[in-house]
Design a protein around this ligand. Structure first.
Ligand code: CP
Length: 320
């Protein structure tokens, strides 16, 4: 049976606005499950899910695992260290061997852009992209959209600026696709060396000065500098970056309105964001993390063939 999202979730670029809306709406009833004393419903009982994390992760890996367990799926976690990947086994061979043990879904994080698509084209299980290189991080994009919608009520017409290392950011790409499909206006701001060469083709407003971005935006999604992906000197120094592009309380104080603060994490406090902004009254950074579990529950439920109109009923059957 083909799900409302198709076989896989590889990015937000291929999704329609209706499919994005469906995930956001399906996540709503799932939010409440995490607030219960017994955080478990039987919606995915009997489903076996493998979490293949070949790159470091705290939020995404743990959030998927919570989402799977709260829906009563059976889960196995595989990291490259400690697996036969270290002995030279390919990604496809690893996944095919897992499929031979009769799995239903694979959640994959990988350092190579396109790794999730490569796998999805070669195995029958549903594949969910948990971040592939600099390509996309669709569940992060969806949880960012849900957090913005929670605050503003609607996404259409909202002005959201993505600030920082856009060049290396899969989160930025998923946000740009998702926000634009939902009718938001998108800005990007960062050093020219950290914006994609073809940024003009993304249909976004480019700000070279962070003060102008803050004046324009209703929300800032602040990105860390991905030093581990930088092959050259993209910025003079972290101190210089903070001085020119850092989001500080002083800069926000000059904004014509309160600006909502998002960050996908992990944060480098004192570099792209100051602590009093990260922990300040307009920060929804931890709301993003909370919403991540509901979004991942919704994606797992829909890909498993769960009917959106039954999501409310699916959360009714608590495991007691
Ligand atoms: N936002 C995000 O992807 O965080 P992790 O790398 O910790 O999963």
């Amino acid at each position: 049976m083909t799900s409302a999202l198709g076989k896989d979730l590889l990015g937000l670029e291929p999704l329609t606005s209706e499919q994005i809306q469906l995930v956001l709406d399906t996540a709503e009833p799932f939010k409440e499950i995490s607030e219960r004393a017994i955080k478990k419903v039987p919606a995915l009982r009997g489903q076996t899910i493998v979490n293949l994390f070949f790159e470091a992760s705290t939020r995404t890996r743990i959030s998927f695992e919570f989402a799977e367990k709260r829906l009563s799926a059976d889960t196995v976690n595989v990291a490259s260290s400690g697996s036969s990947v270290q002995k030279g086994e390919t990604l496809v061979d690893t996944a095919r061997n897992l499929e031979a043990m009769r799995i239903d879904m694979v959640v994959i994080r990988h350092g190579a852009s396109g790794a999730a698509r490569f796998l999805a084209d070669r195995i029958e299980s549903n594949v969910i992209n948990a971040g592939d290189g600099t390509h996309e991080h669709p569940t992060q994009g969806l949880l960012d959209l849900l957090t913005l919608r929670d605050h503003f009520g609607t996404l259409a017409g909202r002005r959201v600026c993505i600030v920082g290392d856009v060049l290396h950011s899969r989160v930025a790409r998923s946000n740009i696709w998702g926000l634009k499909k939902m009718g938001a206006e998108v800005g990007v701001c960062g050093p020219r060396s950290l914006l994609p060469w073809a940024i003009g083709e993304f249909g976004v407003t480019v700000f070279s000065r962070v003060e102008e971005a803050i004046e324009w935006a209703e929300a800032l999604n602040i990105l860390r500098l991905q030093l581990e992906r930088m092959t050259a000197g993209y910025i003079p120094s972290l101190r210089e970056y903070n001085r020119v592009f850092g989001i500080t309380r002083e800069r926000l104080a000059r904004a014509p309105r309160d600006v909502l603060i998002l960050h996908p994490g992990p944060m480098n406090r004192g570099v792209e964001i100051d602590s009093d902004v990260a922990d300040g009254p307009h920060s929804v950074i931890l709301n993003q993390v909370t919403n991540g579990v509901a979004i991942r529950m919704a994606v797992l439920y829909l890909l498993a063939g769960g009917r959106p109109e039954l999501a409310e009923a699916a959360k009714g059957g608590s495991e007691r």
